[in-house]
Design a protein around this ligand. Structure first.
Ligand code: ASP
Ligand code: MG
Length: 455
């Protein structure tokens, strides 16, 4: 068995839905279980609807709902040829919207939004897309069957970021999905949604459909988990910044996690951690380019793996230097400085310290004033201008001093405000003014990731 997960952009319209059916058909032999996200943008719209309902804004709510309903009907109508099947699906969509309206009405009347009600509303996006996908597959002669994720994915009761219970999910999901697959059918589930043991609807946090896919892959002991998205895989850099960026054939879980932290998008590896822990191969694939091999996310690298994985960047940070009022010998200084930032709600992205000074990189919107206040009389706090952080990631940085040296030198040549080795030793970051990031990305990428030039 394999688990195939399609993200929001891969099911965004009728044409893409039909393409999903063709991709599934091509993988029929591998006995797929399907997981789909809500149509692109729908979860955001549902969140807006929730806020409008909470504020009692009827005028804001109705157009949003009408828009959402129109969009789902438009996809259903465009992707299903058979009149009767299309009619049935549109009735099902209407019924779901009626339920959604009721729920939002009760939020509006109460003027209060509980986490429980929020989850109930947010779950509609995935329910709608899964019902549509099931009908679209059936319309293309694939024997698909919708399975309500609330009947198989059991979570704790942390609404909005619920954590699946693998054992209980296994007990419910495994026999049911296996029986379906063995009778030649393709189960289709909405991602992102589960329920507590008591049967209350929960959601798994934004991006949670990847988690659903990973959890199902684990409990089914799947041969592979495929994450189908709208990019060719994990890349050596963001192609919007670096046109020469290339798709990585494989990347280790640790590198992917580090990249996500330092600004790469695509996939948040925390979502697939259970699968990686059980050594189930996870592959990111492009639903726009079916021939592309995608990127495998593996537990550890084999010998001969590239020492560097990718370069990433993210903005919205600033450098803050804290200098002790004592000029030397101030042993309690570092913990005190860190505690002041912690008390002000800031978790530094990087910390570089010496005996009497420490430089932190924190989010640009962090409350530096509060930290300064907390250190009054003990240390001076000087905040730099908003800037960005460029980070090179690769297991080779931890392993190979020569590689590390070359990367450090290349980053230093960008004349950054700060260069630092990440805590995991798998990354090196440079802090630069945002307007020098693009040039820096291009230069670093050219130097280490192009022309087969091994660093
Ligand atoms: N629809 C949810 C979101 O937008 C879950 C997902 O797509 O993974 O975050
Ligand atoms: Mg996603």
């Amino acid at each position: 068995m394999i688990v195939m997960k399609f993200g929001g952009t891969s099911v965004a319209d009728a044409r893409r839905m039909l393409q999903v059916a063709e991709i599934v058909r091509a993988h029929r032999q591998r006995r797929p279980v399907l997981v789909v996200s809500a149509l692109a943008g729908v979860t955001d719209l549902l969140e807006r609807a929730l806020q409008a309902a909470r504020r009692g804004e009827v005028e804001g709510l109705e157009p949003l709902l009408a828009d959402l309903a129109r969009r789902h009907r438009w996809v259903a109508t465009g992707a299903i040829e058979q009149g009767a099947a299309r009619h049935d699906l549109n009735l099902a969509i209407d019924a779901l919207f009626e339920d959604l309206r009721q729920l939002l009405r009760s939020v509006r009347v109460l003027g209060e939004l509980t986490p429980r009600a929020a989850d109930a509303v947010l779950s509609f996006g995935e329910t709608l897309s899964a019902r549509i996908a099931t009908a679209v597959l059936a319309g293309r002669s694939i024997d698909a069957v919708w399975v309500d994720p609330r009947e198989v994915i059991v979570t704790d009761d942390r609404h909005g970021r619920a954590i699946p219970d693998l054992d209980r999910t296994g007990e419910r999901a495994e026999p049911r999905l296996r029986a379906l697959v063995e009778s030649g059918r393709v189960p289709v589930l909405g991602g992102f949604v589960g329920s507590t043991a008591a049967g209350e609807t929960t959601t798994l946090g934004r991006g949670g459909s990847d988690t659903s896919a990973a959890v199902l892959g684990c409990v089914l002991g799947a041969e592979e988990i495929q994450i189908w998205t709208d990019v060719p895989g994990m890349m050596s850099a963001d192609p919007k910044t670096v046109p020469a960026a290339r798709t990585l054939e494989r990347i280790t879980f640790a590198e992917a996690a580090e990249l996500a932290f330092y600004g790469a998008r695509v996939l948040h590896p925390a979502t697939i951690a259970p699968a990686v822990a059980r050594r189930i191969p996870v592959r990111v694939l492009s639903s726009l380019d079916l021939e592309a091999p995608g990127t495998s996310i593996v537990g550890s690298t084999n010998a001969g793996a590239a020492p560097l994985a990718a370069v990433a960047w993210r903005g919205g940070v600033r450098r803050v230097r804290v200098t002790s009022r004592r000029l030397h010998m101030d042993p309690g200084f570092l913990p005190r400085a860190l505690a002041a930032f912690d008390a002000a709600g800031m978790v530094p992205d990087l910390v570089v310290s010496s005996e009497v000074a420490v430089t932190l990189v924190v989010r640009e919107d962090g409350d530096v004033e509060r930290a300064r206040h907390g250190l009054e009389g003990l240390a001076d706090v000087e905040a730099g201008e908003p800037c960005a952080m460029l980070t090179v990631v690769g297991n080779g940085l931890a392993r190979d001093a020569a590689v590390r040296g070359r990367v450090l030198a290349a980053l230093a040549a960008l004349e950054p405000e700060l260069v630092a080795l990440g805590g995991s030793a798998r990354s090196v970051s440079a802090v630069l003014p945002a307007d020098r990031i693009e040039d820096g990305m291009l230069r670093i990428h050219r130097q280490f990731f192009e022309e087969e030039r091994a660093p």
